[in-house]
Ligand binder design. Sequence first.
Ligand code: FES
Length: 82
Amino acid sequence: MFHDQSLFAALRKADQPIASSCLGVAVCARCLVRVQAPEGALSSIESVEARVLAGAGADSDQRLACQTFVLGPGVSLRTDYW
Ligand code: FES
């Protein structure tokens, strides 16, 4: 995984499908992914992401791939369309 890139950027770089209609600027919520990660392995949810997650009715295990950075090992993710 690329620690200096968002999950969205890393998935696109690896030619993996990730939905988007805003091209990764935290507007569309189409890049929602379900994540499992140890404490501290993901970047914190900032206010912009929190607002979009709330608006999308996201579950507590969902993050915006475009706003989430991997900071450590042990992260797994999935989407409903993979
Ligand atoms: S790509 Fe649109 S919110 Fe993440």
